[in-house]
Design a binder for this molecule. Structure first.
Ligand SMILES: *[C@@H]1O[C@H](CO)[C@@H](O)[C@H](O)[C@H]1NC(C)=O
Ligand SMILES: *[C@@H]1O[C@H](CO)[C@@H](O)[C@H](O)[C@H]1NC(C)=O
Ligand SMILES: *[C@@H]1O[C@H](CO)[C@@H](O)[C@H](O)[C@H]1NC(C)=O
Ligand SMILES: *[C@@H]1O[C@H](CO)[C@@H](O)[C@H](O)[C@H]1NC(C)=O
Ligand SMILES: *[C@@H]1O[C@H](CO)[C@@H](O)[C@H](O)[C@H]1NC(C)=O
Ligand SMILES: *[C@@H]1O[C@H](CO)[C@@H](O)[C@H](O)[C@H]1NC(C)=O
Ligand SMILES: *[C@@H]1O[C@H](CO)[C@@H](O)[C@H](O)[C@H]1NC(C)=O
Ligand SMILES: *[C@@H]1O[C@H](CO)[C@@H](O)[C@H](O)[C@H]1NC(C)=O
Ligand SMILES: *[C@@H]1O[C@H](CO)[C@@H](O)[C@H](O)[C@H]1NC(C)=O
Length: 503
């Protein structure tokens, strides 16, 4: 479902772009037509050029070379236009400068002269820790999509953004340096550092006029000032929300029952807040389109509503690091779509062998020790990712029976001894990754049976012995992990990626 919403957004964008492309085609044909019937509006070209000047291009990864005075700005990199019938020029409706590594000391006010913008993406640039401008965004009243994520903005989010009534999608995420590996306890999360903050205006005030929002991403924004009201504020303000992602926002208190009205939710991400407490609400089971539920690193307690496991569309379920959260795993319905299930550091028990029969793919199973016995029943599994299972010393012996696997990853696990040679039974494998595990000894020669393997990564293990065995179909892929890498490695037909680093 999250995928669908992203696709929709992308579709909307490509629609706008195709308008841009067709008008610019028309223009390309009439380049020497001095009536210039479809040229970008000169004021908007001037504003864009001024914006370009505000970037320190020496430190940026692009210099926006197509942005040249006297050319049609509708053809410039990242710019899209829309023809307005009866007018002599086109309005700039799309500005997508996302992921371009642009550097600036602040967001220049020329941006706010582009009042016809509907889509604005400035994500993944660097505005030097400046504030999001206090005034200006309110002029972009036609905006439906605004993405300022990961752009090094700092401080209070201005109310100007709360005035953009047409917004359908808002992304102000600024999650910084949060690696779950570094998190030792909930208090570390709560003492951590946020770049952006919602205090004045508050979360409630910011959302008050944004009733059209379908997607809201505020990962890493400090919203602690909303106290325990955040969930009722959300439910009241944005009734049609499909996606909300508020990881690491320092939220606390229980989830309010009024959130049950947001029945169109497909993605709920509340991980890494530390302080969200109380029960996981039963009403999540009424969200029939729910596909992603991330509640890890909080303070949930009580029993997890088991029907959530049975939601037809649930794909990602992460409740890990809620040590007082209890639950059991029921049978999955046939056609279930669960891919990722993360349960470590919870009080789940009673996993039954038959529960997982209908699953085709599972990732990041987490602390697996108590669950190994059921893996053998997952004959239909096509992808398996075992990770963070430090306390388990034994590789699941039945791994070689999962013959439908096309992708197997074993990362950050405490497995000791040899990599099981039964891995060679998995003859549908196209990708095998073993990383950060305690395996030692030799890489089993049975890996040579994996004719379809396209990607092999064996890194950060303790494998040190020379490999002298014949790798069969991998055609002596590796001779000695300590020796030279043979050049024929780079000519094997199926192999697209090989990583045997750090051994
Ligand atoms: C030049 O513009 C005029 C008026 O918009 C239009 O009728 C004509 O077809 C254009 N000529 C070319 C070569 O595009
Ligand atoms: C922005 O528009 C104002 C008038 O609304 C004008 O005075 C100013 O020069 C414009 N700036 C740019 C960079 O186009
Ligand atoms: C915003 O931009 C980031 C980085 O480019 C991207 O990952 C994210 O999906 C975008 N947000 C939305 C809502 O499209
Ligand atoms: C769930 O998704 C379907 C298909 O996209 C849609 O028709 C339906 O309205 C959605 N249900 C809710 C409660 O939003
Ligand atoms: C978790 O919630 C309990 C009350 O349910 C509280 O006593 C405890 O301090 C909370 N822990 C944290 C880290 O917030
Ligand atoms: C853990 O689950 C068991 C039942 O499986 C229950 O008896 C126990 O109280 C739970 N512990 C906590 C801390 O909730
Ligand atoms: C595997 O999938 C098939 C249908 O694709 C199904 O008939 C069979 O029961 C499944 N087996 C297991 C062990 O889940
Ligand atoms: C592999 O999956 C297919 C369905 O996709 C199923 O029919 C078959 O039994 C599975 N193979 C094994 C060894 O279980
Ligand atoms: C797993 O495969 C082995 C052969 O590799 C076979 O002897 C064993 O019966 C299989 N186990 C299950 C549970 O299918």
């Amino acid at each position: 479902m999250a995928g669908t919403t992203h696709l929709l957004a992308l579709f909307a964008l490509t629609q706008l772009y195709s308008v841009a492309a067709s008008t610019s085609d028309a223009h390309a044909h009439g380049h020497d037509n001095d009536t210039a019937s479809s040229f970008c509006h000169p004021d908007q070209a001037a504003a864009l050029l001024q914006l370009k000047q505000s970037f320190i291009l020496d430190y940026s990864t692009t210099t926006l070379p197509s942005w040249q005075p006297g050319t049609d700005c509708c053809l410039w990199e990242g710019v899209g236009c829309d023809g307005v019938s009866g007018s002599s020029s086109n309005s700039v409706t799309v500005l997508d400068l996302g992921r371009r590594g642009l550097y600036s000391y602040s967001c220049h006010a020329a941006l706010f002269n582009l009042t016809s913008l509907r889509y604005l993406d400035l994500s993944m640039n660097d505005f030097g820790g400046s504030r999001i401008p206090e005034d200006g965004f309110e002029r972009l009243s036609k905006l439906t999509h605004l993405n300022l994520s990961y752009s090094g903005f700092y401080g209070q989010i201005p109310i100007a953004i709360g005035k953009l009534k047409s917004l359908v999608s808002l992304d102000l995420s600024s999650l910084h340096n949060i690696e779950s590996a570094e998190i030792t306890n909930l208090y570390a999360i709560m003492d951590g550092y946020n770049f952006l903050v919602l205090r004045e205006p508050s979360f409630k005030t910011l959302l008050a006029n944004l009733n059209n929002l379908r997607e809201l991403y505020l990962d890493g924004v400090d919203i602690s000032s909303s106290g325990e009201e955040w969930s009722s504020d959300l439910a009241k303000a944005v009734p049609r929300l499909h996606v909300f992602s508020m990881a690491y926002c320092k939220l606390n208190g229980p989830i309010h029952s009024s959130l049950s009205s947001l029945r169109s939710l497909t993605v709920v991400n509340l991980k890494l807040n530390g302080g969200i407490s109380g029960a996981v609400p039963e009403f999540f089971t009424d969200f029939l389109n729910l596909s992603v539920l991330q509640l890890s690193y909080n303070n949930f307690s009580g029993w997890f509503p088991w029907k959530i496991f049975q939601l037809k569309n649930i794909r990602v379920l992460d409740v890990s690091h809620n040590e007082r959260l209890s639950g059991r795993i029921p049978e999955f319905p046939s056609g279930a779509s669960l891919e990722t299930l993360i349960l470590q550091y919870t009080n789940f028990s009673g996993v039954r062998l038959s529960s997982f029969n209908n699953l085709l793919s599972l990732r990041e199973l987490g602390e697996l020790a108590p669950f190994f016995s059921w893996i053998r029943s997952l004959k239909n599994l096509t992808s398996l990712h075992l990770s963070d299972c430090y306390s388990s010393k034994l590789t699941p012996p039945m791994i070689g029976n999962l013959t439908n696997l096309t992708s197997l990853e074993i990362t950050y696990c405490g497995f000791v001894g040899q990599i099981p040679s039964s891995i060679g039974n998995l003859n549908k494998l196209t990708s095998l990754r073993i990383s950060d595990c305690a395996f030692s000894g030799t890489i089993p020669s049975s890996i040579g049976n994996l004719k379809k393997l396209r990607r092999l990564e064996i890194s950060y293990t303790e494998l040190s012995c020379p490999i002298t065995t014949d790798f069969g179909h991998l055609n002596k892929l590796m001779n000695d992990l300590r020796g030279d890498i043979p050049t024929y490695l780079f000519t094997l037909p199926a192999m697209l990626q090989l990583d045997i680093s750090s051994n």
